[in-house]
Design a protein around this ligand. Structure first.
Ligand SMILES: CNc1ncnc2c1ncn2[C@@H]1O[C@H](COP(=O)(O)O)[C@@H](O)[C@H]1O
Length: 363
């Protein structure tokens, strides 16, 4: 059935179509984790054609279609042992970024803050700055196409295992590339590794440079240092990702600061990150949404790693409606509220707000 068989008003569309059509804001998407298996396969095929001796296993065998049950033990090595070795040159970085942007836009994303960890590839001689530059070139090229409507900005990620020197270099790179669309910094990586307190000066620099700060927060019940959450809050973040294993006192503190939360349902459920492995209805989105008048935080629905967990942003909104009973109007409000949490400036916010108001008037 084609969309033309439905009435023009989005409010009359079946829920799944409505979720697709709704202009949505994506604020937590890791570039490499958002590359689809098909795109990885195409990159692999091109490499194999150029060099028959190329030895890597086909991505469709390494990451079989339909497999989404990666947990924290199996998830991180997928990048370090496999995808980073495949996407390690200008061509593959440019192509994969283009494909990721295309799929976000086709799931109805109107504003995307993509994030990636600057890294050098000794095997091909590409430096960390060249890597980020290649990503920005691909974003530029995509954004300039007349048919592109989605606005894209970039966040640079510090990995929890980075040295302070590397973390400082990432923040300095973010400052240097601000004019090209870098809006903030993130702290990510395997939550079971690293002493993040060593990275404090890097986030102090990010704050004083007026970059947005978002941090992966409370992904596991017992982080490597017991005071990790207090330390992370001392980095003065604007937004927090995941926010799973938090005490009532920390929840109150998050609300007191009015931080925005980037919540990634499919990732948390598939990777079994919740204390009690339950269904979607047990996700903490429900608690924050129900208590939104008491604990006033921006709640932003995000995908995290759509290439691995295979649920796009439209489907994440659909899951929210199905499992927490949100109406179409409430889904629209969720997206509209997410605009307040973006790191881009007032002009972009104003345009997104207009776009959402325009969508609402179509009734
Ligand atoms: C459970 N969710 C998560 N928690 C923590 N870190 C995550 C993550 N999902 C992805 N990453 C981080 O993002 C990198 C891949 O994208 P980029 O190479 O940066 O584009 C991963 O290697 C990991 O460090």
């Amino acid at each position: 059935m084609t969309t033309t068989s439905y009435p023009d008003s989005p409010w009359d569309l079946p829920l799944a179509k409505f979720c697709h059509k709704l202009p949505k804001i994506e604020l937590h998407a890791h570039l490499t984790g958002s590359i689809s298996r098909q795109t990885l396969h195409e990159i692999w095929k091109q490499k194999k054609e150029r060099d028959p001796a190329f030895e890597m296993v086909d991505p469709l065998l390494e990451i079989p279609v339909g497999k989404v049950d990666y947990d924290l033990e199996t998830f991180f090595p997928l990048f370090t042992r496999y995808i980073y070795n495949l996407c390690n040159d200008l061509l593959s970085v440019h192509y994969s970024t283009h494909q990721v942007l295309t799929s976000f836009e086709s799931s109805g994303t109107c504003y995307l803050e993509l994030r990636t960890t600057p890294r050098a590839f000794p095997a091909t001689g590409m430096t960390a700055e060249e890597y980020v530059s290649a990503v920005l070139d691909a974003i530029d090229e995509y954004s300039r196409r007349p048919e592109t409507k989605m606005v894209t900005r970039l966040i640079l990620s510090v990995d929890r295992r980075d040295t302070l020197e590397k973390a400082m270099a990432t923040v300095q790179l973010a400052v240097k590339l601000r004019e090209r669309g870098v809006v903030g910094v993130d702290l990510c990586g395997d939550p079971m590794k690293g002493d993040i307190s060593l990275l404090h000066p890097a986030f102090t620099l990010a704050k004083s440079s007026r970059l947005g700060i978002t941090l992966h927060f409370a992904e596991i019940p017992y982080p490597p240092t017991p005071t990790e959450l207090q330390t992370l809050l001392s980095f003065q973040p604007d937004r927090l990702g995941h926010v799973i294993h938090v005490s009532e006192a920390i929840k109150d503190e998050i609300a007191r600061r009015g931080l925005a939360l980037e919540l990634c349902l499919s990732c948390n459920i598939q990777a079994k990150m919740m204390a009690e492995v339950g269904g979607f209805g047990d996700h903490h989105f429900g608690e924050w949404y129900k208590g939104r008048e008491t604990r006033k935080c921006g709640l932003v629905i995000c995908t995290d790693d759509v290439g691995v967990f295979c649920s796009d942003l439209a489907n994440e909104y659909y899951l929210v409606a199905m499992h927490f009973g949100l109406t179409k109007k409430e889904l629209w409000e969720l997206s509209r509220n997410a605009v307040k949490a973006i790191f881009a400036g007032e002009e972009v916010k104003r345009r997104l707000e207009e776009q959402l108001m325009e969508f609402a008037r179509l009734e």
